[in-house]
Ligand binder design. Structure first.
Ligand SMILES: C[S@@+](CC[C@H](N)C(=O)[O-])C[C@H]1O[C@@H](n2cnc3c(N)ncnc32)[C@H](O)[C@@H]1O
Length: 316
């Protein structure tokens, strides 16, 4: 495979999120479907490690996308709990007339210093889905910025997926090549395909105590083998680790179909931007997608990646 470092880096737009060139409605469906499968497989919106959900004052969701996480959480919490969704763009924010009055959305770039008016405001900050967005050196910036808006004793709940853990099960030629695209693109854009493994260290280094997994959790399983781009965390300390291929059976079809559609968007992005790779050219991208859809269609390979949750409690 060509060394991604030899390819010119993709220029950085306002958002660093590759699939945001898709029409908002398509992206909304993809993110909301992914949210449903994530919640089904991890078992909750807000983990039970966070005590006393009904007595929270304020909860924030960073890089909220469609805002589905705070919107659904507001339906489970008393109306006295304030929920704020933040994102670098408002293009997927929900229509305010469709959500509860205690939920609101604002623009915020989490890579920039956050306004002091938000310092120590939140009992819980939730983040999900930045593994394909952040460059390796940006994870620490995000943790440092976000730590400031959490109350002492408050929680950071980080849900993620390792782009490099994407796999086709059973592996077939083009399904596996399609699955490898996410890790390849992540690396090409300056990210770490196994970035999730270092989240607990970023938290520990920035004033958080890691909440250990519940006793009966699956996270005692070893993490899959991989070739890390950066030094992996010695101790992953995931609160939850749902290994790709061990999703709830009823979620597999939906997850894989949704994910295949996202990967097809990435192929089209790569073709349009002439991103060099060993699998297709702008001219053969159409055939690649056709074969990828065939191999991952009914009765074929399914595409997975690991889902993880890390929880840190800010020291008092
Ligand atoms: C994969 S989506 C995840 C959306 C949502 N958290 C979810 O799980 O459904 C990534 C989100 O990160 C947002 N984003 C990208 N760069 C950002 C930044 N610097 N600050 C805040 N949000 C950002 C994108 O606009 C997009 O909504």
């Amino acid at each position: 495979m060509e060394d991604p470092k030899s390819v010119a880096p993709i220029s950085r737009s306002k958002s660093t999120y590759v699939v945001d060139f898709e029409p908002p409605e398509k992206e909304r469906i993809r993110l909301n479907t992914q949210h449903g499968v994530f919640v089904e497989n991890t078992g909750h919106l807000l983990p039970p490690a966070i005590p006393d959900h009904g007595n929270l004052n304020a909860v924030a969701d960073i890089a909220t996308g469609t805002g589905i996480w705070p919107t659904q959480l507001s339906e489970l919490l008393p109306s006295t709990v304030i929920l704020h969704g933040f994102d670098i763009t408002d293009r997927l924010f929900p229509d305010p007339s469709t959500i509860r009055k205690n939920v609101s959305f604002s623009l915020l770039n989490v890579l920039e210093p956050i306004s002091e008016t938000l310092y120590e405001k939140y009992d819980v900050v939730h983040i999900r889905g930045l593994s394909f967005v952040l460059k390796t050196e940006e994870w620490d910036v995000v943790v440092k910025n976000v730590a400031k808006i959490i109350k002492p004793g408050g929680y950071l709940v980080w849900n993620e997926t390792n782009p490099g853990s994407t796999q086709a099960i059973p592996p077939t030629k083009v399904a596996s090549q399609g699955a490898a695209l996410l890790g390849y693109m992540c690396k090409l854009r300056g990210g770490d395909p196994f970035c999730c493994n270092s989240i607990p260290n970023h938290l520990k280094n920035n004033g958080f105590v890691i909440i250990p997994p519940p006793v009966l959790n699956t996270s005692t399983r070893p993490i899959p083998e991989y070739a890390p781009v950066t030094t992996p965390a010695a101790d992953t300390r995931f609160y939850i680790h749902v290994v790709g291929g061990e999703f709830k059976p009823e979620t597999v079809e939906t997850w894989s179909r949704n994910y295949v559609s996202g990967l097809c968007s990435i192929v089209s992005y790569m073709a349009q931007n002439d991103v060099r790779n060993e699998w297709f050219t702008p001219e053969t991208a159409g055939e690649f997608v056709e074969e990828f859809l065939k191999e991952t269609g009914e009765g074929g390979s399914k595409i997975f990646f690991d889902l993880i949750t890390v929880i840190g409690r800010k020291k008092i």
